[in-house]
Design a protein around this ligand. Structure first.
Ligand SMILES: [Zn+2]
Length: 233
């Protein structure tokens, strides 16, 4: 019996059967700190581990927020052909560890790609996967998912209306700066921080503005150090 978790019953939009999944009680969430790209560290259970749902019957997976959305008949068939045909019924409805969290988000990523979800959603899944690999200490996998996140967020910024309640346009611009900085792309990083800081919406996001200024100087300093090292090599 785990007091931090409760069970929810979800109706799958693909196979129309019900399955159960665990969620964390809001009152039990204890956040310790966050990295500059918002990667959170929790005392106790990590609620993000439960942020992707998987139907035990057909294998359809997605982020909690978009899971129950209506799918077209064409998309339903795609999931049945590509996912369900290879799926053996198994549940992810219990307590999840890091490995299970990674598996559920990877399946959600696959389904999102099949359904051609918005790039902001695909980027959000990739960003969380990069955090999971950071928890694990697997730098090369972390960086791989940072690259995927950058590509998706860039597409989101240029090609679609961003109205996600978690990541609005300014936050995505800030994240493009910070994620590029984390993989040592300092020039790109500075360019995206500049875009964030010159976006009129940033005045409504004081905490992002402060962070963007701080991380912009960090990236500038790192860039100078990097340039010196190149010149002296
Ligand atoms: Zn299903």
């Amino acid at each position: 019996m785990n007091e931090e978790l409760y069970e929810r019953t979800i109706l799958c939009p693909i196979c129309e059967k019900e399955f159960t999944t665990k969620k964390m009680k809001t009152s039990a969430i204890r956040i310790g700190k966050r990295d500059e790209d918002f990667c959170p560290y929790y005392e106790g259970e990590n609620p993000l581990f439960y942020g992707a749902f998987i139907c035990a019957n057909c294998g359809y997976a997605g982020l909690e927020g978009g899971f129950s959305k209506k799918v077209t008949e064409e998309n339903r068939k795609k999931i049945l052909n590509i996912i369900t045909s290879k799926w053996y019924p198994r549940g992810y409805g219990g307590k999840r560890g890091l490995q299970e969290a990674i598996e559920t988000y990877k399946l959600a990523l696959l389904c999102s790609n099949i359904l051609k979800d918005k790039n902001s959603i695909i980027g959000k899944i990739c960003l969380r996967l990069s955090w999971f690999y950071r928890y694990k200490g697997e730098k090369s996998e972390e960086n791989k998912f940072i690259h995927f996140t950058i590509n998706s967020f860039k597409e989101a910024f240029t090609g679609e209306r961003i109205n996600d309640d978690e990541y609005d346009e300014v936050t995505i611009l800030y994240l493009l700066g910070e994620l590029n900085r984390r993989i040592d792309n300092y020039r790109e990083s500075i360019m995206w921080f500049d875009k964030a800081l010159s976006n009129p919406q940033i005045k409504k996001k004081r905490h992002i503005e402060l962070k963007a200024r701080d991380q912009w100087s960090t990236a500038r300093n790192q860039y100078k150090i990097h340039q010196k090292a190149v010149e002296n090599a």
